[in-house]
Design a protein. Structure first.
Length: 162
C-alpha cells in the first residue's frame, strides 16, 4: 500500500476514531493509546479491507482494540469528565450553557448503560453507522444489535423522564 494512502487514512479518520474510543473509555490518554493501536493494526491488516467499507472496518478495528484492552485490564471505567458534540454551538451564552448541560446529562446516561448498549448507541446514534455496519463492528447479529439499541434508548428515555 502506498504511504500516501496510509497517511490519508490516518488524517481522514483520526478524529472520528479518537472520539469513538474516548466516548467508550472516558480517558484521554487511554483513548490516544487505543487510537494509536487501532491505526497500527489497520496498517498491518490493510490489505484485508473490502472496497467501500473502510470506515466501518476501521471502527471494527478500534472496537476490537478497546475490547482487548478492557478484557486485559478488567477495571471500572470512570464517569466521563468531558463531553463531545458535533452539534453547532448556539450564539447566546445562556443557550450554550443549557446545551452543554443537556449534552453532559445525555453522555452521563450513555455512560451508565451496560457496555454493549453503550456501544450500540455510540456507533449508530453518535457516529451514524447503519444498523448493519454497527452490528458488524460489534460482531453481533443485526437483530441482536437492534434489540441492544432499542433497550439502550428506552433506558435513556426513562432516566430523562424520571
Amino acid at each position: 500500500m502506498p504511504r500516501a494512502s496510509l497517511d490519508r487514512l490516518y488524517c481522514d479518520y483520526l478524529p472520528d476514531i479518537y472520539r469513538y474510543l474516548l466516548s467508550l473509555c472516558h480517558d484521554h490518554h487511554l483513548a490516544e493509546d487505543l487510537t494509536q493501536e487501532t491505526f497500527f493494526r489497520a496498517y498491518l491488516h490493510f490489505e484485508e479491507i473490502q472496497p467501500g467499507s473502510l470506515k466501518p472496518w476501521l471502527f471494527r478495528v478500534a472496537h476490537h482494540a478497546y475490547i482487548d484492552h478492557w478484557r486485559k485490564h478488567r477495571r471500572q471505567m470512570p464517569v466521563p469528565h468531558e463531553t463531545l458534540s458535533k452539534s453547532p454551538v448556539p450564539e447566546r451564552l445562556e443557550d450554550r450553557i443549557l446545551l452543554q448541560d443537556e449534552v453532559k446529562q445525555v453522555m452521563k446516561s450513555i455512560a451508565a448503560l451496560p457496555e454493549k448498549q453503550k456501544q450500540a448507541i455510540l456507533l449508530h446514534d453518535v457516529h451514524q453507522f447503519s444498523y448493519q455496519e454497527s452490528s458488524e463492528i460489534m460482531g453481533v447479529s443485526l437483530s441482536h444489535f437492534k434489540v441492544l439499541l432499542f433497550r439502550a434508548r428506552q433506558k435513556i428515555r426513562k432516566l430523562h423522564k424520571g
